[in-house]
Design a protein around this ligand. Structure first.
Ligand SMILES: Cc1cc2nc3c(=O)[nH]c(=O)nc-3n(C[C@H](O)[C@H](O)[C@H](O)COP(=O)(O)OP(=O)(O)OC[C@H]3O[C@@H](n4cnc5c(N)ncnc54)[C@H](O)[C@@H]3O)c2cc1C
Ligand SMILES: NC(=O)c1ccc[n+]([C@@H]2O[C@H](COP(=O)([O-])OP(=O)(O)OC[C@H]3O[C@@H](n4cnc5c(N)ncnc54)[C@H](OP(=O)(O)O)[C@@H]3O)[C@@H](O)[C@H]2O)c1
Ligand code: SF4
Ligand code: SF4
Length: 540
């Protein structure tokens, strides 16, 4: 009974070290690990111990007898990897690199700016050193970046990676300063003088523009905004999403395009069992959208979405998924090409909502007087207008500059050498590499960055802090910024889960920053108020 890796794998490789017979690949350090869409269990050598399933933060590994019908294709997918890449060497991967120790032991204090996967993995790597303490800052009152505000609500198993982050929060030396934005509430220099080093993990929150006529029309939106809207991002709750036309068009053929297309065509009753934000859920329940057309400018073989996501999409029972290549056969022998051919050959399933993967189609203009009425596209030199009331560009994310840090406007990243910007300043995640990769990709990325931090600590290159944590608290207090700490976040988390339980949902997100702060504040022990009072008295 082999275990099988399924759709929610985010490639963080926690399972690899757990496996006693080294049958999960590609493993970190092996060719293909950096690019892999998921990991695979070798069914020929799996001894069915279940250790990997316990280690997996995203509940992605199951015994094959527990696979749902929708997950069945993953059985063959795991096995086929080993047809292509046999791994005859079964030496256990216990070749864990020896734990690096700092050359001179002294207390070190770091700030990590951004609490998405990259920030949390970086904090975890730093806290492996007993000398180190870490404060994780985030501009939002809640942590976890795109795991909370990006990963689609119908991917609840993926969101469970948050359990791993909760374990990191419990590590000795970990602290949160949530609701503090670097660049708004304090400058880089004001932050940096309190720490031995600052690691920026600020992601890439902006959208990219198509640069075509009509992009400013009402109903032409970025997927970035829509994703934040349905995930309860406090900044995106005022978004106006016209859902009164039967068709919507999504430009781009990546995983984000599939996410938004799935949510727009999802059964509202199924969404009701997720952590989707309340207002968007209600609006989607009233939606008249029956068809979403996803536009890929290249051929199906070149689609940016990944195979596990396509497998998941193809298995949605109440959705009529179509492949439209304009009559050109889908070529290629990859598993993705084979599945696209299989979907293209399916008979239509009228009566269901429809999701069309339309390839080799480039948008040239968004048409409409005040609001979107359609998208003009070309394929093989032929122009046509696809009528619709909503156009979403899902053509990738882009990082914004951080005041006080260098910036490469082309890539939207902070220029760096394997994570080092300069001694004392580091970068990790999408802000370092650009907006690609899975949640787990940020773990390897964080390991690389933290290596640079440790190199600089060993070389005595880190600027010593000139102020302490109390000074930082005072500075923020003077600016009327009240950070939410780990205890405050736990109170928010518990309250959201409590509200969710009452409605049969994993959580009901609180989206109003003032309410988030109130819930956190009410949980703060009175002793902390006295500490703040003492600080005020100290200042006179
Ligand atoms: C829509 C979407 C869905 C995805 N779904 C999946 C999935 O299902 N599975 C998967 O494996 N991967 C998924 N990914 C990819 C994954 O989310 C990313 O690889 C990962 O989140 C990048 O991590 P990060 O920490 O670099 O950035 P982010 O997750 O964006 O975190 C950045 C954090 O920095 C904070 N911040 C920004 N600026 C400041 C500032 N000035 N001061 C303080 N804080 C600041 C932000 O509030 C945010 O919390 C998805 C990506 C997107 C866009
Ligand atoms: N479930 C998951 O695991 C999951 C979910 C969401 C996101 N993610 C990850 O997050 C990262 C970001 O995803 P993403 O979907 O934003 O980006 P992406 O994977 O880079 O896809 C962007 C898409 O937009 C297209 N595009 C770019 N510019 C365009 C233009 N001017 N006109 C038309 N099309 C254009 C690209 O086409 P070309 O290929 O032709 O350039 C591509 O199809 C990816 O690594 C993704 O895998 C993972
Ligand atoms: S069940 Fe055991 S042997 Fe099989 S992949 Fe998981 S850890 Fe390895
Ligand atoms: S999410 Fe991580 S632990 Fe789970 S199967 Fe994928 S690589 Fe392994």
């Amino acid at each position: 009974m082999p275990y099988v890796v399924t759709q929610s794998c985010c490639a963080d490789a926690s399972c690899v070290l757990a496996c006693p017979v080294n049958c999960i690949h590609p493993a970190p350090g092996e060719p293909g690990f950096a690019e892999t869409e998921m990991l695979y269990v070798d069914p020929a050598t799996c001894v069915d111990c279940g250790a990997c399933a316990t280690a997996c933060p995203a509940d992605a590994i199951k015994p094959h007898t527990a696979l749902t019908p929708a997950e069945q294709p993953f059985l063959a997918l795991n096995a086929e990897y080993y047809d292509a890449f046999p791994h005859p060497d079964r030496t256990p991967v216990a070749q864990v690199p020896p734990q690096r120790r700092l050359r001179r032991s002294r207390p070190l204090r770091f700030a990590v700016v951004g609490s998405g996967p990259a920030g949390m993995y970086a904090a975890d790597e730093l806290l492996k050193h007993p000398e180190v303490s870490v404060d994780v800052l985030d501009r939002l009152p809640t942590p976890y970046g795109l795991v909370r505000a990006g990963v689609a609500p119908d991917h609840q198993r993926t969101k469970q990676v948050a359990r791993l982050f909760e374990a990191i929060e419990r590590e000795r030396g970990f602290g949160y300063l949530l609701g503090v934005e670097v660049g708004r509430d304090l400058t880089h220099d004001e932050l940096a003088c309190h720490y031995d080093g600052v690691v920026y993990a600020v992601g890439a929150a902006h959208d990219r523009r198509l640069g075509i006529e009509g992009e400013e029309l009402v109903g032409s939106l970025s997927a970035t905004d829509l994703v934040g809207w349905y995930n309860g991002h406090p900044d995106r709750q005022d978004l106006r999403v016209p859902l009164d036309h039967e068709r919507a068009v999504v430009v781009g053929a990546g995983n984000v395009a599939l996410d938004v297309a799935r949510i727009l065509t999802a059964d509202p009753d199924a969404l009701a069992r997720t952590d989707i934000a309340a207002l968007p859920w209600a609006e989607l329940g009233r939606s008249r959208v029956r068809e979403v057309v996803v536009l890929g400018r290249r051929g199906p073989e070149d689609a940016a979405f990944t195979l596990p996501e396509l497998v998941g999409l193809a298995a949605i029972d109440d959705l009529d998924v179509r492949v439209d290549t304009g009559g050109v056969p889908v070529t290629g022998t990859s598993a993705k090409a084979r599945l696209l051919r299989e979907i293209a050959a399916r008979p239509p399933r009228p009566g269901r909502r429809r999701l069309v993967l339309r390839f080799r189609t480039t948008p040239t203009r968004i048409v409409g007087a005040d609001a979107v009425a359609g998208v003009e596209v070309t394929r093989d030199g032929v122009r046509e207008v696809i009528e619709c009331g909503l156009v979403l560009r899902a053509i990738g994310y882009h990082g914004a500059p951080v005041p006080g840090l260098p910036y490469d406007a082309e890539t939207g990243t902070v220029p760096n050498d394997r994570g080092r910007v300069r001694p004392g300043v580091y970068v990790v995640g999408w802000a370092k590499r650009g907006p690609t990769g899975f949640i787990g990709t940020n773990k390897t990325c964080a390991q690389e960055t933290v290596e640079r931090v440790l190199d600089d600590a060993d070389a005595e290159l880190l600027p010593a802090p000139t102020r302490d944590r109390d000074d930082l608290a005072t500075l923020l207090e003077e600016r009327a910024v009240v950070p939410i700490d780990a205890e405050g976040w736990r109170a928010i988390d518990e309250e959201e889960r409590r509200r969710g339980r009452a409605r049969g949902r994993p959580r009901l997100k609180i989206v109003d920053p003032a309410e988030l702060r109130r819930v956190a504040r009410e949980a703060v022990a009175p002793s902390r108020y006295s500490a703040a009072r003492r600080r005020r008295q100290k200042r006179g």
